[in-house]
Design a protein around this ligand. Structure first.
Ligand SMILES: *[C@@H]1O[C@H](CO)[C@@H](O)[C@H](O)[C@H]1NC(C)=O
Ligand SMILES: *[C@@H]1O[C@H](CO)[C@@H](O)[C@H](O)[C@H]1NC(C)=O
Ligand SMILES: *[C@@H]1O[C@H](CO)[C@@H](O)[C@H](O)[C@H]1NC(C)=O
Ligand SMILES: *[C@@H]1O[C@H](CO)[C@@H](O)[C@H](O)[C@H]1NC(C)=O
Ligand SMILES: *[C@@H]1O[C@H](CO)[C@@H](O)[C@H](O)[C@H]1NC(C)=O
Length: 446
Protein backbone atom coordinates (compact mmCIF):
# COMPACT_ATOMS: atom_id res chain seq x y z
CA UNK A 1 0.00 0.00 0.00
CA UNK A 2 2.69 2.38 1.09
CA UNK A 3 4.13 3.57 -2.17
CA UNK A 4 1.04 3.69 -4.28
CA UNK A 5 0.57 6.96 -6.06
CA UNK A 6 -2.34 8.12 -4.03
CA UNK A 7 -2.50 11.84 -4.10
CA UNK A 8 -4.18 14.41 -2.11
CA UNK A 9 -4.90 17.99 -3.08
CA UNK A 10 -5.19 20.87 -0.71
CA UNK A 11 -6.94 23.82 -2.16
CA UNK A 12 -7.71 27.27 -0.84
CA UNK A 13 -9.42 30.02 -2.62
CA UNK A 14 -10.24 33.49 -1.59
CA UNK A 15 -12.47 35.92 -3.33
CA UNK A 16 -13.04 39.52 -2.38
CA UNK A 17 -15.12 42.02 -4.15
CA UNK A 18 -15.71 45.53 -3.14
CA UNK A 19 -18.87 46.70 -4.78
CA UNK A 20 -19.90 50.19 -3.89
CA UNK A 21 -23.56 50.93 -4.39
CA UNK A 22 -24.23 53.90 -2.19
CA UNK A 23 -22.21 56.59 -0.53
CA UNK A 24 -21.78 58.07 2.88
CA UNK A 25 -20.66 61.50 4.04
CA UNK A 26 -16.93 61.71 3.81
CA UNK A 27 -16.41 64.51 6.29
CA UNK A 28 -17.32 62.92 9.60
CA UNK A 29 -15.78 59.54 9.19
CA UNK A 30 -15.39 58.35 12.69
CA UNK A 31 -13.78 54.92 12.52
CA UNK A 32 -15.19 53.34 15.66
CA UNK A 33 -14.84 49.59 15.57
CA UNK A 34 -17.72 48.04 17.46
CA UNK A 35 -17.00 45.65 20.26
CA UNK A 36 -18.26 42.28 19.12
CA UNK A 37 -18.65 38.84 20.62
CA UNK A 38 -15.80 37.76 22.81
CA UNK A 39 -13.45 35.06 21.54
CA UNK A 40 -11.87 32.69 24.10
CA UNK A 41 -8.98 34.29 26.03
CA UNK A 42 -6.65 31.62 24.70
CA UNK A 43 -5.52 32.83 21.32
CA UNK A 44 -4.10 31.56 18.04
CA UNK A 45 -4.45 34.77 16.01
CA UNK A 46 -0.85 35.93 16.54
CA UNK A 47 0.72 32.62 15.53
CA UNK A 48 -1.59 32.31 12.52
CA UNK A 49 -0.85 35.88 11.41
CA UNK A 50 2.86 35.36 11.93
CA UNK A 51 2.72 32.23 9.79
CA UNK A 52 0.88 34.18 7.07
CA UNK A 53 3.48 36.94 7.12
CA UNK A 54 6.35 34.43 6.86
CA UNK A 55 4.63 32.71 3.95
CA UNK A 56 4.14 36.06 2.20
CA UNK A 57 7.83 36.94 2.60
CA UNK A 58 8.91 33.53 1.31
CA UNK A 59 6.67 33.95 -1.73
CA UNK A 60 8.16 37.42 -2.32
CA UNK A 61 11.66 35.92 -2.37
CA UNK A 62 10.58 33.19 -4.79
CA UNK A 63 8.85 35.64 -7.18
CA UNK A 64 11.14 38.61 -7.15
CA UNK A 65 9.34 41.87 -7.98
CA UNK A 66 6.07 40.13 -8.85
CA UNK A 67 2.81 40.74 -7.03
CA UNK A 68 2.13 38.26 -4.24
CA UNK A 69 -1.47 37.71 -3.23
CA UNK A 70 -2.68 35.29 -0.59
CA UNK A 71 -5.21 34.45 2.07
CA UNK A 72 -3.17 33.66 5.20
CA UNK A 73 -6.23 32.54 7.13
CA UNK A 74 -7.39 30.34 4.27
CA UNK A 75 -4.02 28.60 3.98
CA UNK A 76 -3.70 28.23 7.76
CA UNK A 77 -7.22 26.78 7.95
CA UNK A 78 -6.28 24.21 5.37
CA UNK A 79 -3.07 23.30 7.19
CA UNK A 80 -4.95 23.02 10.49
CA UNK A 81 -7.38 20.52 8.93
CA UNK A 82 -4.39 18.62 7.58
CA UNK A 83 -2.63 18.68 10.94
CA UNK A 84 -5.72 17.23 12.56
CA UNK A 85 -5.50 14.19 10.32
CA UNK A 86 -1.78 13.55 10.37
CA UNK A 87 0.83 11.91 12.53
CA UNK A 88 4.65 11.57 12.80
CA UNK A 89 6.89 14.01 10.91
CA UNK A 90 3.96 15.26 8.87
CA UNK A 91 2.33 16.34 12.11
CA UNK A 92 5.40 17.91 13.70
CA UNK A 93 6.31 20.00 10.66
CA UNK A 94 2.85 21.46 10.17
CA UNK A 95 2.40 22.14 13.90
CA UNK A 96 5.72 23.97 13.99
CA UNK A 97 4.93 26.11 10.95
CA UNK A 98 1.52 27.36 12.05
CA UNK A 99 2.70 27.90 15.61
CA UNK A 100 0.79 25.00 17.15
CA UNK A 101 2.33 22.61 19.66
CA UNK A 102 3.85 19.14 19.27
CA UNK A 103 1.75 18.18 22.29
CA UNK A 104 -1.41 16.72 20.80
CA UNK A 105 -3.59 17.44 23.81
CA UNK A 106 -2.50 21.08 23.96
CA UNK A 107 -3.19 21.30 20.24
CA UNK A 108 -6.81 20.41 20.79
CA UNK A 109 -7.16 23.76 22.57
CA UNK A 110 -5.47 25.54 19.65
CA UNK A 111 -7.82 23.81 17.20
CA UNK A 112 -10.84 24.84 19.27
CA UNK A 113 -9.65 28.44 19.42
CA UNK A 114 -8.75 28.70 15.76
CA UNK A 115 -11.95 26.89 14.76
CA UNK A 116 -14.10 29.27 16.78
CA UNK A 117 -12.37 32.26 15.17
CA UNK A 118 -12.95 30.81 11.71
CA UNK A 119 -16.59 30.16 12.49
CA UNK A 120 -16.91 33.70 13.84
CA UNK A 121 -15.89 34.97 10.38
CA UNK A 122 -19.22 33.66 9.14
CA UNK A 123 -21.35 35.92 11.35
CA UNK A 124 -23.78 37.43 8.92
CA UNK A 125 -22.87 41.06 9.63
CA UNK A 126 -19.30 40.56 8.40
CA UNK A 127 -20.19 39.64 4.81
CA UNK A 128 -17.55 36.92 4.96
CA UNK A 129 -18.23 33.36 3.87
CA UNK A 130 -15.82 30.76 5.13
CA UNK A 131 -16.09 27.05 4.42
CA UNK A 132 -14.04 23.88 4.74
CA UNK A 133 -14.69 20.69 2.85
CA UNK A 134 -13.08 17.31 2.33
CA UNK A 135 -13.73 15.14 -0.70
CA UNK A 136 -12.60 11.56 -0.23
CA UNK A 137 -12.55 8.64 -2.63
CA UNK A 138 -15.34 6.14 -1.99
CA UNK A 139 -12.76 3.40 -1.60
CA UNK A 140 -10.80 5.23 1.07
CA UNK A 141 -11.99 5.13 4.63
CA UNK A 142 -12.41 8.60 6.03
CA UNK A 143 -12.30 8.02 9.75
CA UNK A 144 -15.63 8.88 11.30
CA UNK A 145 -13.89 10.35 14.31
CA UNK A 146 -11.88 12.72 12.09
CA UNK A 147 -15.00 13.72 10.21
CA UNK A 148 -17.03 14.51 13.32
CA UNK A 149 -14.21 16.53 14.86
CA UNK A 150 -13.77 18.45 11.61
CA UNK A 151 -17.48 19.09 11.51
CA UNK A 152 -17.67 20.33 15.08
CA UNK A 153 -14.51 22.41 15.28
CA UNK A 154 -14.00 23.61 11.71
CA UNK A 155 -17.57 23.29 10.49
CA UNK A 156 -16.14 21.09 7.73
CA UNK A 157 -18.29 19.10 5.33
CA UNK A 158 -17.21 15.69 4.01
CA UNK A 159 -18.15 14.12 0.70
CA UNK A 160 -17.45 10.69 -0.75
CA UNK A 161 -16.84 10.70 -4.47
CA UNK A 162 -15.50 8.41 -7.14
CA UNK A 163 -12.29 10.02 -8.36
CA UNK A 164 -12.25 7.60 -11.31
CA UNK A 165 -15.30 9.45 -12.59
CA UNK A 166 -13.23 12.57 -13.08
CA UNK A 167 -16.02 14.69 -14.58
CA UNK A 168 -18.50 13.99 -11.83
CA UNK A 169 -15.91 14.77 -9.16
CA UNK A 170 -14.96 17.98 -10.87
CA UNK A 171 -18.61 19.03 -11.04
CA UNK A 172 -19.19 18.17 -7.39
CA UNK A 173 -16.18 20.19 -6.23
CA UNK A 174 -17.06 23.11 -8.47
CA UNK A 175 -20.64 23.13 -7.21
CA UNK A 176 -19.43 23.14 -3.62
CA UNK A 177 -17.07 26.04 -4.30
CA UNK A 178 -19.79 27.97 -6.11
CA UNK A 179 -22.16 27.41 -3.21
CA UNK A 180 -19.62 28.81 -0.78
CA UNK A 181 -18.43 31.83 -2.71
CA UNK A 182 -21.79 33.43 -3.31
CA UNK A 183 -21.78 32.03 -6.88
CA UNK A 184 -18.75 34.22 -7.70
CA UNK A 185 -16.50 31.29 -8.62
CA UNK A 186 -18.39 29.18 -11.15
CA UNK A 187 -15.74 26.80 -12.37
CA UNK A 188 -12.95 26.55 -9.91
CA UNK A 189 -11.42 23.34 -11.28
CA UNK A 190 -10.92 23.94 -14.96
CA UNK A 191 -9.27 20.58 -15.49
CA UNK A 192 -10.44 17.31 -13.92
CA UNK A 193 -8.17 15.95 -11.16
CA UNK A 194 -6.03 12.90 -11.94
CA UNK A 195 -7.71 9.54 -11.32
CA UNK A 196 -5.06 8.67 -8.71
CA UNK A 197 -6.45 11.37 -6.40
CA UNK A 198 -7.64 9.99 -3.08
CA UNK A 199 -8.67 13.13 -1.26
CA UNK A 200 -9.09 16.84 -1.74
CA UNK A 201 -9.24 19.29 1.11
CA UNK A 202 -10.76 22.62 0.21
CA UNK A 203 -11.09 25.84 2.01
CA UNK A 204 -13.06 28.70 0.53
CA UNK A 205 -13.20 32.24 1.83
CA UNK A 206 -15.33 34.90 0.25
CA UNK A 207 -15.57 38.50 1.32
CA UNK A 208 -17.61 41.27 -0.15
CA UNK A 209 -17.09 44.63 1.46
CA UNK A 210 -18.04 48.21 0.87
CA UNK A 211 -15.84 51.03 2.07
CA UNK A 212 -17.12 53.04 4.99
CA UNK A 213 -15.80 56.09 3.16
CA UNK A 214 -15.99 55.43 -0.56
CA UNK A 215 -13.40 56.88 -2.90
CA UNK A 216 -14.54 59.74 -5.11
CA UNK A 217 -14.87 58.52 -8.71
CA UNK A 218 -14.61 61.99 -10.24
CA UNK A 219 -11.09 62.27 -8.84
CA UNK A 220 -9.91 58.92 -10.19
CA UNK A 221 -7.12 59.66 -12.64
CA UNK A 222 -4.45 57.88 -14.64
CA UNK A 223 -1.25 58.58 -12.72
CA UNK A 224 2.24 57.11 -12.72
CA UNK A 225 3.14 54.26 -10.38
CA UNK A 226 6.82 53.48 -9.78
CA UNK A 227 7.04 49.72 -10.36
CA UNK A 228 10.51 48.23 -9.65
CA UNK A 229 11.81 48.31 -13.21
CA UNK A 230 9.54 50.80 -14.96
CA UNK A 231 6.91 53.40 -14.45
CA UNK A 232 3.34 52.36 -15.29
CA UNK A 233 0.13 54.34 -15.56
CA UNK A 234 -2.65 53.24 -13.23
CA UNK A 235 -6.15 54.36 -12.34
CA UNK A 236 -5.52 56.05 -9.01
CA UNK A 237 -8.61 56.57 -6.87
CA UNK A 238 -8.76 59.44 -4.40
CA UNK A 239 -10.16 59.96 -0.95
CA UNK A 240 -9.96 62.71 1.69
CA UNK A 241 -10.97 62.78 5.31
CA UNK A 242 -10.17 61.51 8.78
CA UNK A 243 -8.39 58.16 8.69
CA UNK A 244 -6.43 56.15 11.19
CA UNK A 245 -2.83 56.84 10.15
CA UNK A 246 0.74 56.38 11.36
CA UNK A 247 4.07 57.75 10.23
CA UNK A 248 6.79 55.77 11.99
CA UNK A 249 10.19 57.45 11.64
CA UNK A 250 11.82 54.58 13.51
CA UNK A 251 10.57 51.99 10.99
CA UNK A 252 10.72 54.25 7.94
CA UNK A 253 7.12 53.54 7.01
CA UNK A 254 3.69 55.00 6.93
CA UNK A 255 0.40 53.20 7.07
CA UNK A 256 -3.29 53.87 6.81
CA UNK A 257 -6.48 52.04 7.76
CA UNK A 258 -9.33 51.97 5.24
CA UNK A 259 -12.38 50.58 7.05
CA UNK A 260 -15.20 48.65 5.44
CA UNK A 261 -18.73 49.56 6.43
CA UNK A 262 -19.51 46.22 8.12
CA UNK A 263 -17.77 47.64 11.23
CA UNK A 264 -15.61 44.53 11.74
CA UNK A 265 -13.33 44.54 8.71
CA UNK A 266 -10.53 46.88 7.66
CA UNK A 267 -7.88 47.14 5.05
CA UNK A 268 -4.44 48.33 6.16
CA UNK A 269 -1.86 49.62 3.72
CA UNK A 270 1.82 49.94 4.62
CA UNK A 271 4.55 51.44 2.50
CA UNK A 272 8.07 52.75 2.89
CA UNK A 273 8.01 56.46 3.75
CA UNK A 274 10.97 57.05 1.46
CA UNK A 275 10.90 54.27 -1.15
CA UNK A 276 14.21 55.39 -2.65
CA UNK A 277 15.96 54.79 0.67
CA UNK A 278 14.17 51.56 1.61
CA UNK A 279 12.35 49.17 -0.72
CA UNK A 280 9.18 47.35 0.24
CA UNK A 281 11.19 44.11 0.43
CA UNK A 282 13.70 45.66 2.86
CA UNK A 283 10.86 47.15 4.88
CA UNK A 284 8.96 43.87 5.25
CA UNK A 285 12.19 42.04 6.07
CA UNK A 286 12.58 44.30 9.09
CA UNK A 287 9.07 43.50 10.38
CA UNK A 288 7.18 40.58 11.87
CA UNK A 289 3.51 40.43 12.68
CA UNK A 290 3.92 41.34 16.34
CA UNK A 291 5.61 44.57 15.26
CA UNK A 292 2.79 45.23 12.83
CA UNK A 293 0.24 44.69 15.62
CA UNK A 294 2.13 47.26 17.70
CA UNK A 295 2.13 49.71 14.82
CA UNK A 296 -1.62 49.27 14.40
CA UNK A 297 -2.07 50.13 18.07
CA UNK A 298 -0.09 53.35 17.60
CA UNK A 299 -2.27 54.65 14.75
CA UNK A 300 -4.39 57.73 15.32
CA UNK A 301 -7.01 59.75 13.46
CA UNK A 302 -5.45 62.23 11.05
CA UNK A 303 -6.74 64.29 8.21
CA UNK A 304 -5.52 62.43 5.12
CA UNK A 305 -5.42 62.65 1.37
CA UNK A 306 -5.33 59.10 -0.01
CA UNK A 307 -4.45 57.81 -3.44
CA UNK A 308 -4.97 54.10 -4.01
CA UNK A 309 -4.95 52.13 -7.27
CA UNK A 310 -8.09 50.57 -8.62
CA UNK A 311 -7.28 46.89 -9.09
CA UNK A 312 -8.50 43.53 -10.28
CA UNK A 313 -6.27 40.92 -8.73
CA UNK A 314 -6.46 37.31 -9.69
CA UNK A 315 -3.82 34.73 -8.92
CA UNK A 316 -3.57 31.00 -8.84
CA UNK A 317 -0.42 29.52 -7.30
CA UNK A 318 0.88 26.21 -6.03
CA UNK A 319 2.13 26.78 -2.48
CA UNK A 320 4.14 23.57 -2.44
CA UNK A 321 7.54 25.23 -2.93
CA UNK A 322 7.09 28.05 -0.41
CA UNK A 323 5.72 25.59 2.18
CA UNK A 324 8.62 23.22 1.56
CA UNK A 325 11.14 25.98 2.06
CA UNK A 326 9.39 26.84 5.33
CA UNK A 327 10.07 23.30 6.55
CA UNK A 328 6.91 21.41 5.60
CA UNK A 329 8.30 18.53 3.56
CA UNK A 330 7.02 15.19 4.86
CA UNK A 331 3.45 15.69 3.67
CA UNK A 332 4.67 16.00 0.08
CA UNK A 333 6.87 12.90 0.23
CA UNK A 334 5.32 9.57 -0.85
CA UNK A 335 5.89 6.92 1.81
CA UNK A 336 6.74 9.53 4.44
CA UNK A 337 3.53 11.56 4.42
CA UNK A 338 1.22 10.09 7.03
CA UNK A 339 -2.48 10.87 7.27
CA UNK A 340 -3.39 7.86 9.38
CA UNK A 341 -5.65 9.88 11.68
CA UNK A 342 -7.74 11.04 8.73
CA UNK A 343 -7.85 7.91 6.57
CA UNK A 344 -7.97 4.27 7.59
CA UNK A 345 -5.69 1.98 5.60
CA UNK A 346 -8.19 -0.84 6.09
CA UNK A 347 -11.52 -0.93 4.36
CA UNK A 348 -13.20 -2.26 7.45
CA UNK A 349 -13.68 -0.09 10.49
CA UNK A 350 -11.12 -0.80 13.15
CA UNK A 351 -12.78 -0.11 16.48
CA UNK A 352 -9.69 -0.10 18.72
CA UNK A 353 -8.10 2.54 16.49
CA UNK A 354 -11.24 4.69 16.46
CA UNK A 355 -11.33 4.45 20.25
CA UNK A 356 -7.72 5.47 20.49
CA UNK A 357 -8.29 8.58 18.38
CA UNK A 358 -11.45 9.36 20.32
CA UNK A 359 -9.35 9.54 23.49
CA UNK A 360 -7.46 12.51 22.06
CA UNK A 361 -10.69 14.32 21.37
CA UNK A 362 -11.83 13.79 24.93
CA UNK A 363 -8.40 14.67 26.30
CA UNK A 364 -7.99 11.35 28.14
CA UNK A 365 -4.55 9.90 28.70
CA UNK A 366 -1.04 11.22 28.54
CA UNK A 367 -0.11 13.18 25.41
CA UNK A 368 3.18 11.46 24.70
CA UNK A 369 1.79 7.95 25.03
CA UNK A 370 -1.14 8.80 22.81
CA UNK A 371 1.19 10.25 20.21
CA UNK A 372 3.36 7.13 20.21
CA UNK A 373 0.25 5.01 19.73
CA UNK A 374 -0.88 7.19 16.82
CA UNK A 375 2.54 6.87 15.23
CA UNK A 376 1.94 3.10 15.09
CA UNK A 377 -1.25 3.41 13.00
CA UNK A 378 -0.87 1.94 9.52
CA UNK A 379 0.07 4.63 7.01
CA UNK A 380 -2.71 4.86 4.41
CA UNK A 381 -0.08 5.79 1.79
CA UNK A 382 -1.53 9.14 0.77
CA UNK A 383 0.60 12.22 0.19
CA UNK A 384 -0.08 15.79 -0.84
CA UNK A 385 0.49 16.53 -4.50
CA UNK A 386 -0.17 20.23 -4.60
CA UNK A 387 -1.51 23.10 -2.57
CA UNK A 388 -3.47 25.16 -5.01
CA UNK A 389 -4.33 28.63 -3.89
CA UNK A 390 -6.57 30.90 -5.87
CA UNK A 391 -7.36 34.49 -5.00
CA UNK A 392 -9.61 36.96 -6.74
CA UNK A 393 -10.08 40.51 -5.65
CA UNK A 394 -11.65 43.65 -6.99
CA UNK A 395 -10.93 47.03 -5.49
CA UNK A 396 -12.92 49.98 -6.69
CA UNK A 397 -14.20 53.24 -5.40
CA UNK A 398 -17.89 53.80 -5.70
CA UNK A 399 -19.58 56.42 -3.62
CA UNK A 400 -20.45 59.31 -5.88
CA UNK A 401 -22.46 61.47 -3.51
CA UNK A 402 -19.47 61.95 -1.27
CA UNK A 403 -17.95 64.66 -3.44
CA UNK A 404 -19.50 67.77 -1.95
CA UNK A 405 -17.39 68.32 1.12
CA UNK A 406 -14.06 67.48 -0.39
CA UNK A 407 -12.47 70.49 -1.99
CA UNK A 408 -12.38 72.39 1.28
CA UNK A 409 -10.66 69.48 2.98
CA UNK A 410 -8.11 69.21 0.22
CA UNK A 411 -7.01 72.78 0.70
CA UNK A 412 -6.11 72.31 4.35
CA UNK A 413 -2.93 70.65 5.44
CA UNK A 414 -3.24 66.90 5.60
CA UNK A 415 -1.13 63.75 5.69
CA UNK A 416 -0.74 62.34 2.22
CA UNK A 417 -0.81 58.61 1.64
CA UNK A 418 -0.15 57.95 -2.03
CA UNK A 419 0.11 54.28 -3.00
CA UNK A 420 2.20 55.22 -6.04
CA UNK A 421 5.06 52.77 -5.48
CA UNK A 422 5.15 49.15 -4.21
CA UNK A 423 3.14 48.57 -1.04
CA UNK A 424 1.86 45.89 1.32
CA UNK A 425 -1.82 45.62 2.14
CA UNK A 426 -3.96 43.30 4.20
CA UNK A 427 -7.55 42.85 5.30
CA UNK A 428 -8.12 42.12 8.97
CA UNK A 429 -11.29 40.93 10.63
CA UNK A 430 -11.23 43.09 13.77
CA UNK A 431 -13.41 40.67 15.70
CA UNK A 432 -11.17 37.61 15.31
CA UNK A 433 -7.96 39.57 14.49
CA UNK A 434 -7.36 37.15 11.62
CA UNK A 435 -5.75 38.43 8.43
CA UNK A 436 -8.06 37.10 5.75
CA UNK A 437 -6.14 38.54 2.83
CA UNK A 438 -2.71 40.00 2.22
CA UNK A 439 -0.75 41.19 -0.78
CA UNK A 440 2.42 42.90 -1.85
CA UNK A 441 1.75 44.94 -4.96
CA UNK A 442 4.76 45.73 -7.12
CA UNK A 443 2.73 46.62 -10.19
CA UNK A 444 -1.06 47.17 -9.98
CA UNK A 445 -1.43 46.67 -13.74
CA UNK A 446 -0.17 43.06 -13.61
C1 LIG B 1 -22.79 49.48 3.59
O1 LIG B 1 -22.90 49.93 2.27
C2 LIG B 1 -23.93 49.31 1.52
C3 LIG B 1 -23.87 49.85 0.12
O2 LIG B 1 -23.60 51.19 0.11
C4 LIG B 1 -25.29 49.60 2.16
O3 LIG B 1 -26.29 48.90 1.47
C5 LIG B 1 -25.24 49.09 3.60
O4 LIG B 1 -26.43 49.43 4.24
C6 LIG B 1 -24.07 49.70 4.34
N1 LIG B 1 -24.01 49.07 5.65
C7 LIG B 1 -23.81 49.76 6.76
C8 LIG B 1 -23.75 48.97 8.01
O5 LIG B 1 -23.68 50.97 6.76
C1 LIG C 1 -28.48 37.08 10.59
O1 LIG C 1 -29.32 38.03 9.95
C2 LIG C 1 -30.70 37.82 10.17
C3 LIG C 1 -31.49 38.83 9.34
O2 LIG C 1 -30.82 40.06 9.28
C4 LIG C 1 -31.00 37.92 11.67
O3 LIG C 1 -32.37 37.69 11.90
C5 LIG C 1 -30.18 36.86 12.41
O4 LIG C 1 -30.37 36.97 13.78
C6 LIG C 1 -28.69 37.01 12.09
N1 LIG C 1 -27.95 35.91 12.66
C7 LIG C 1 -26.84 36.07 13.37
C8 LIG C 1 -26.19 34.82 13.87
O5 LIG C 1 -26.36 37.16 13.59
C1 LIG D 1 -15.70 14.41 -19.44
O1 LIG D 1 -16.23 15.56 -20.06
C2 LIG D 1 -15.60 15.87 -21.29
C3 LIG D 1 -16.14 17.19 -21.79
O2 LIG D 1 -17.44 17.40 -21.41
C4 LIG D 1 -15.87 14.72 -22.29
O3 LIG D 1 -15.22 15.00 -23.51
C5 LIG D 1 -15.32 13.44 -21.71
O4 LIG D 1 -15.60 12.35 -22.56
C6 LIG D 1 -15.87 13.18 -20.33
N1 LIG D 1 -15.19 12.05 -19.74
C7 LIG D 1 -15.83 11.05 -19.11
C8 LIG D 1 -14.98 9.96 -18.57
O5 LIG D 1 -17.04 11.05 -18.96
C1 LIG E 1 -25.16 23.48 -3.42
O1 LIG E 1 -26.34 24.18 -3.07
C2 LIG E 1 -27.53 23.54 -3.55
C3 LIG E 1 -28.69 24.45 -3.26
O2 LIG E 1 -28.69 24.88 -1.95
C4 LIG E 1 -27.67 22.18 -2.90
O3 LIG E 1 -28.84 21.53 -3.36
C5 LIG E 1 -26.46 21.33 -3.23
O4 LIG E 1 -26.50 20.09 -2.56
C6 LIG E 1 -25.18 22.05 -2.84
N1 LIG E 1 -24.03 21.29 -3.32
C7 LIG E 1 -22.95 21.04 -2.62
C8 LIG E 1 -21.91 20.18 -3.26
O5 LIG E 1 -22.76 21.47 -1.50
C1 LIG F 1 -5.79 -3.91 8.80
O1 LIG F 1 -5.97 -4.05 10.19
C2 LIG F 1 -5.30 -5.16 10.76
C3 LIG F 1 -5.68 -5.32 12.22
O2 LIG F 1 -6.47 -4.31 12.68
C4 LIG F 1 -3.80 -4.96 10.62
O3 LIG F 1 -3.09 -6.03 11.17
C5 LIG F 1 -3.47 -4.83 9.14
O4 LIG F 1 -2.11 -4.52 8.98
C6 LIG F 1 -4.32 -3.76 8.47
N1 LIG F 1 -4.14 -3.87 7.02
C7 LIG F 1 -3.71 -2.87 6.26
C8 LIG F 1 -3.59 -3.12 4.81
O5 LIG F 1 -3.47 -1.78 6.71
Amino acid sequence: MLNMKFVFYLTTLFCVSSIQLAAEEVTENNVGMEEVTAIPAFSTDTSINNFGFKLLKTMMKQNENNNVVLSPTGVAGLLAMTLLGSTGETYNEIAQLIGFSEDILKNRKYHEDFGSRLQALNRNDTKTLYANGIFVDQQSMLRQIYHSYLERVYNGEAFATDFKDTNQTKDLINEWVKNHTNNKIESFLRQPLPMSTKAVLINALYYSGQWSYPFLPEYTAMLPFKAPTKEVLVDQMANFGQFNYLFSIENGLHMIQLPYNDSVTSMYVIKPRFPKAKTITELLDSLDFEKIDNLINQMSMKKCVVRFPKMELETSVDLKDPLKSLGVQAMFTPGVANFAVMLDANVTVNDPEENLIARISTGEGEARTLKEMLDRLVNPGVYVDSVMHEVKMTIDEYGTEAAAATSALMARSAESFYADSPFYMFIRNENTKLITFSAVIYDPTN
